[in-house]
Design a protein around this ligand. Structure first.
Ligand code: GDP
Ligand code: MG
Length: 166
């Protein structure tokens, strides 16, 4: 069995970090500078007879004036066509207009969309998380909402087994 997982989200939310930690190797480039991931980066994970293909998409962008943005939007949208599950990565600390733009595109996804709330390590108070997740859950009918810290490897095993169940 082969599964296809798309990791989407605006720049800087931690998509590359997540993919690197799941795959356990530096495949994707992480950077503070947005848009370091210029093209789709594919990673394959083999666990027994289950093979999962991860695609780290470049961000879905708002600025349509530049050719590069148009191109990146196109590859990101195309990545959504044949996937089994979408991991929509957001920053636990803030929701931006760019997140809204990504969300708008995900409404057309035909597969389950899992909201991955990353960087939970940055929340100062632990009891901030639940209300945060409640607010986020109203944005769309997500298949699941999973809080993680890609950087600190928190809850990634849960996310991985969830992905395997699709
Ligand atoms: P991408 O643009 O979505 O691929 O984001 P990157 O993976 O390049 O990460 C952007 C920045 O966020 C980097 O400086 C990462 O180290 C940082 N980052 C990613 N995940 C986490 C996390 O769980 N916690 C914290 N505190 N920082 C993170
Ligand atoms: Mg990246």
């Amino acid at each position: 069995h082969c599964g296809f997982v798309a990791i989407v989200g605006r720049p800087n939310v931690g998509k590359s970090t997540l993919m690197n930690h799941i795959l356990g190797q530096k495949l994707s480039i992480t950077s503070r500078k947005p848009q370091t991931t210029r093209d789709q980066i594919l990673g394959v994970q083999t666990k027994g007879h289950i093979q999962t293909i991860y695609v780290d998409t470049p961000g879905l962008h708002k600025g349509q004036d530049k050719a590069i943005n148009r191109y990146m939007n196109r590859t990101a949208s195309q990545a959504l066509k044949d996937v089994d599950v979408v991991l929509f990565v957001v920053d636990a600390e803030r929701w931006t207009e760019e997140d809204d733009n990504v969300l708008a595109k995900l409404r057309y996804a035909e597969c389950p969309v899992v909201l991955v709330v990353n960087k939970v390590d940055k929340l100062e108070e632990k009891d901030e998380l639940l209300p945060r997740m409640m607010t986020l859950s109203e944005k769309m009918d997500f298949a699941q909402i999973v809080p993680i810290s890609a950087l600190r490897n928190k809850n990634l095993d849960r996310l991985e087994s969830l992905v395997e169940s699709y």
